[in-house]
Design a protein around this ligand. Structure first.
Ligand SMILES: O=C(O)c1ccccc1N[C@@H]1O[C@H](COP(=O)(O)O)[C@@H](O)[C@H]1O
Length: 207
């Protein structure tokens, strides 16, 4: 299971998350976000942690040209796509980058746009308001939670272990419960989140 710390807006926070043991850092390029980061800062922050840590560009309701342009400029290693997009959009993007495709649970059954062709598209389930800190109903989601999917939505140091035990996601992602203010990490919360998530792996997955 992978652990992603999202909403990185500085070199300081990138290094902090990497040293805490995060497998991936998220850089939010959605203009509506309070954690918006420039491609230049994201690139510097990504370079500061080295190639073992994935750098994920996060996008919401943005066109393909913009996603590719910002991803190239920031030198991310994967992209995370929120909002309605077509299967053609995903197909195109997956030719360039591994894609985390984010859906709300309500959209899961009807999701026709989760790409199943060549290229890597991984599902992530998140609450309706991205970055809103609201946990999903993990027990209710359990029967339909897809194998290999990631989980986001209101995860933090206090609850990530329980979420992992209930759903056994392939990855977890968090932002708002790891901050002192939007875009600024709380070092203790980041360390505790990564530690709790990694400890939960040992208790929740068959060896
Ligand atoms: O956090 C944001 O501002 C944001 C904006 C646009 C798209 C995604 C965003 N964040 C994503 O939200 C989830 C979980 O957030 P939280 O832990 O519930 O606060 C995560 O996938 C972030 O990448």
């Amino acid at each position: 299971m992978k652990v992603k710390v999202c909403g990185t807006t500085s070199v300081r926070d990138a290094v902090l998350s990497a040293e805490a043991g995060a497998d991936a850092l998220g850089f939010i390029f959605a203009p509506v976000s309070r954690r918006l980061v420039t491609a230049q800062v994201a690139r510097e922050a990504g370079l500061s942690v080295g190639p073992a840590v994935a750098r994920v560009g996060v996008f919401l309701n943005q066109g393909l040209d913009e996603v590719l342009r910002l991803s190239e400029a920031a030198r991310v290693s994967a992209v995370q796509i929120h909002g309605p997009v077509s299967s053609l959009y995903l197909e195109h993007l997956a030719a360039y980058y591994p894609v985390l495709r984010v859906l709300r649970p309500a959209d899961l059954a009807a999701a026709q746009d989760v790409w199943r062709g060549p290229g890597q598209v991984t599902l992530m389930l998140d609450a309706p308001e991205p970055g809103g800190g609201q946990p999903l109903d993990w027990a209710g989601l359990r029967p339909e939670f897809p194998v290999g999917a990631w989980l986001a939505g209101g995860l933090g140091p206090q609850n990530v272990a329980q979420a992992v035990q209930v759903l056994r996601p392939a990855g977890v992602d968090a932002v708002s419960r790891l901050e002192v203010q939007p875009g600024v990490k709380d070092p203790e919360a980041v360390r505790a989140f990564v530690r709790a998530a990694k400890q939960a792996i040992g208790q929740s997955y068959p060896q």
